[in-house]
Design a protein around this ligand. Structure first.
Ligand code: PMP
Length: 419
């Protein structure tokens, strides 16, 4: 394996089984999962509805043949997603990952607009392929990009910069819009194809644009017919509690959305849902060999039905608020906490050196070990590796939310006392 494949923790955890919202490692230790496999296990582990749907497909003897044959599971899932998307005359194309979904969206947008110019957000992460890396600004991957896409990175998740300090949300949005207009007026090589943005930046550390920013950007983009691609790989399916897709929190209907991660509840499913005219605009005949295969579709249809049948969006709102409120309360008395942010079951704690206010990746690493010991899985991220990001399965119970909150606050208190 390459030397850049990074495992969490001083001693990596080997997960061997799971049930509900908990997993068990090779030594038999159990963990409450507040990272859900980086948001892949959206409805927890060993869910009978998903397992049985997959087992039924396997029992037919056909794991997969090819996407040149009609796959009923694809049609069923595409219809559901198209309807939920709110996009006019929407069509869906299935892939195997978020990277591939974004690559497809960029292909559709650049081809439709006949332009290699794309807008993306600072601190973004969209995947590891040529195009997806091109629109990624997160340096952990960006360093390697020789993508030929012509990309301009926009403000939106950087309120902390000195130049923006003290601005109200409305004034920050105004400054960002002015910057966007400036970028557009200086763009070389013709019209801009699209803006791709994460409603809440995942790898970037759950950073969020303030209310009104994406709507204001959309207005400017619409003046020039520039397309809006919302990367919903982390924010989709009700996770933010207040909307089914993250961008809907901003009152914006995008031209395309990309998705992956949670929709297969562990099985590899990704895709693009886009305006029909954009989707049909490619002069191509083709398929993705494994994209939307019967096993993935069985898992994804069962997962999506489960989310809708159990109104897990409402559960995300309820349990997420309980945790975020609790974290804010604790943060007020813990100088190592620089910020608490989040929406629904997607929340983050930023750790800083209390003396200087500087980001502290060392404290974040310490938190990871402390919560591991206490039996909770969390994630790490952000530009400086000092952001603890957490996103439990949407099936989290109120009791588990309280239990997880207790472990997190306790770990923060221990670390705060140490320094
Ligand atoms: N977009 C976002 C917002 C992501 O968080 C990720 C994965 N971290 C991707 C795209 C890439 O998805 P995948 O790893 O499935 O290729």
């Amino acid at each position: 394996m390459p030397n850049w494949v990074a495992l969490y923790y001083n001693e990596p955890i080997e997960i061997v089984s799971g049930k509900g919202n908990r997993v068990v490692d090779a030594s038999g230790k159990s963990y409450l999962d507040f990272f859900a496999g980086i948001l892949t296990n959206m409805i927890g582990y060993d869910v009978p509805e998903v397992r049985e749907a997959v087992e039924r497909q396997i029992a037919t003897g056909v794991v997969h043949t090819s996407t040149v044959y009609l796959l009923r599971g694809q049609i069923e899932l595409a219809e559901k997603i198209a309807k939920l998307s709110g996009i006019e005359n929407a069509k869906v194309f299935f892939t195997n990952s978020g990277t591939e979904a974004n690559e497809t969206a960029l292909l559709l947008a650049t081809y439709a607009r006949k332009s290699d110019q794309v807008l993306a957000m600072r601190q973004s992460y969209h995947g590891r392929s040529f195009g997806a890396l091109g629109v990624t600004s997160n340096r952990s991957w960006k360093n390697n990009s020789l993508s030929p896409l012509n990309v301009h990175f926009l403000h939106g998740a950087d309120r902390h910069l000195t130049q923006f300090r003290g601005l109200s949300d409305a004034d920050y949005v105004k400054v960002c819009v002015e910057d966007l207009r400036h970028v557009l007026s200086t763009a070389v090589g013709g019209d801009v194809a699209a803006l791709i943005a994460e409603p809440i930046q995942g790898v970037g550390g759950f950073t969020m644009a303030p209310d009104g920013l994406f709507a204001a950007y959309k207005e400017v983009l619409d003046e020039q017919g520039i397309l809006f691609i919302s990367d919903e790989v982390q924010t989709g399916w009700g996770r933010t509690g207040s909307a089914f897709f993250g961008i809907q929190n901003h009152g914006v209907t995008p031209d395309m959305m990309t998705f992956a991660k949670g929709i297969g509840n562990g099985f590899a499913v990704g895709g693009v849902v886009a305006r029909g005219d954009l989707m049909d605009g490619l002069h191509a005949t083709g398929l993705a060999t494994f994209g939307g295969n019967p096993i993935s579709m069985a898992a994804a249809n069962a997962t999506l039905d489960y989310v809708l049948d159990h109104d897990l969006q409402a559960n995300a709102a309820r349990t997420g608020a309980l945790i975020i409120d609790g974290l804010r309360e604790a943060a007020a008395r813990l100088p190592i906490v620089g910020d608490v942010r989040g929406k629904g079951l997607m929340f983050a704690v930023e750790l800083v050196d209390p003396a200087t206010g500087a980001p502290s990746p060392a404290l974040a690493a310490r938190f990871m070990e402390e919560t591991k010991k206490a039996g909770l899985l969390a994630g790490k991220g952000g530009l400086h590796g000092n952001v603890l990001r957490m996103a439990p399965p949407l099936t989290l119970t109120t009791e588990e939310a309280a239990e997880g909150l207790g472990i997190i606050v306790n770990a923060l208190e221990v670390i705060n006392a140490e320094i």
